[in-house]
Design a protein around this ligand. Structure first.
Ligand SMILES: C[S@@+](CC[C@H](N)C(=O)[O-])C[C@H]1O[C@@H](n2cnc3c(N)ncnc32)[C@H](O)[C@@H]1O
Length: 303
């Protein structure tokens, strides 16, 4: 009763952002799906519940809310704070390389630091000249492949995943970005259904190792299990990619893979392999690059 009265006394958008922020702090929600601080996330949650874009002007903050609007904000808050759902699954929107992507629980929420490399067209690692073919292996929502299609606008981009339900989401994003001519979906267990050679293969495969998997906050349990774990050292899929990728790369092609914290296991197990670990200026870790020649030379190590 007292709680109802308190909620009735909250009138403005600003009041609800403050309430949401306090509750997120009190309940120690985990941030890691698009926001680095709770105030920004609280603001986005409230705006999304009101159908307002996140760019909405500050002058709107003191606007008074209808009861139905308050109820919608409270419902979003219950899902986010008590239910521990990551906000992009509630709003069905995630941003990658400043581009919006539709998401739901069929796909991992886009957050790969590979976005920083795409933005710079993989410079200085990629050889000069036109990029004609790109493969995004383990594509999920399609974010990496679609972002590549924006920067390499003359390239043909294939995006592949083993999960047909992830590919349904990727299809929504191909349509959303009107990339039907440039981007093709392939249902494939790694390279099983791949038949081309590429200038660039980019992959953010599942790579979480067993110990990290057990420590992950509740928010990650909403993401597909198939998108996270990959054996005890997190490298089961990565090793298969390393063993096979040179068959699908042009002679001067490049393989780019994210392995996150499993970087330590890869370096420990293959000290002789010349991986280039990318220095990610805007944050993130565990992204390596290796060229087709070095891959071919060391492929036997991974089989
Ligand atoms: C970490 S998620 C990455 C999604 C997306 N690339 C991104 O960066 O947001 C890994 C993806 O790999 C897919 N996957 C898992 N095993 C696979 C396999 N054997 N072959 C192809 N895709 C696989 C999962 O379905 C999931 O969509």
């Amino acid at each position: 009763m007292e709680q109802d009265k308190y909620l009735e006394s909250l009138l403005s958008i600003r009041d609800y952002i403050r309430l949401c922020y306090s509750q997120m702090m009190q309940h120690k929600v985990h941030l890691g799906h698009g926001h680095v601080n709770a105030i920004d996330e609280a603001r986005q949650l409230v705006f999304a519940a009101l159908y307002l874009p996140w760019t909405t002007d500050e002058s709107m903050l003191d606007a008074k809310l209808l009861t139905s609007e308050k109820q919608r904000i409270l419902a979003f808050m219950a899902r986010r704070i008590q239910g521990r759902e990551p906000l992009p699954y509630i709003t069905h929107e995630a941003w990658f390389m400043q581009l919006p992507f539709y998401v739901d629980t069929r796909v991992l929420i886009p957050r790969s630091p590979i976005a920083q490399l795409i933005e710079h067209e993989f410079s200085p690692f990629l050889r000069p000249g036109a990029v004609e073919r790109v493969l995004d292996l383990c594509t999920g929502s399609g974010c990496i492949g679609i972002a590549c299609a924006y920067v390499f606008e003359n390239a043909v981009v294939d995006i592949a995943d083993i999960s047909s339900s992830a590919l349904e989401v990727a299809k929504i994003n191909i349509d959303k970005h009107e990339m039907q001519e440039q981007v093709t979906l392939i249902e494939s267990d790694l390279f099983a259904n791949i038949s081309q050679q590429y200038d660039l293969i980019v992959s953010n495969p599942p790579y979480v190792d067993c110990s990290d998997l057990q420590l992950m906050p509740a928010e990650y349990q909403h993401e597909p299990a198939l998108a996270l774990g990959s054996g005890s050292d997190g490298l089961d899929l990565c090793k298969k990619i390393l063993a096979q990728a040179s068959d699908y790369l042009a002679d001067d092609g490049l393989l780019v893979v994210e392995v996150g914290n499993s970087e330590v296991h890869l370096m420990e197990q293959y000290p002789q392999v010349p991986f280039t670990w990318v220095d990610l200026a805007e944050g993130g870790n565990g992204v390596f690059i290796i060229n087709a020649v070095d891959l071919k030379q060391h492929r036997a190590l991974f089989s």
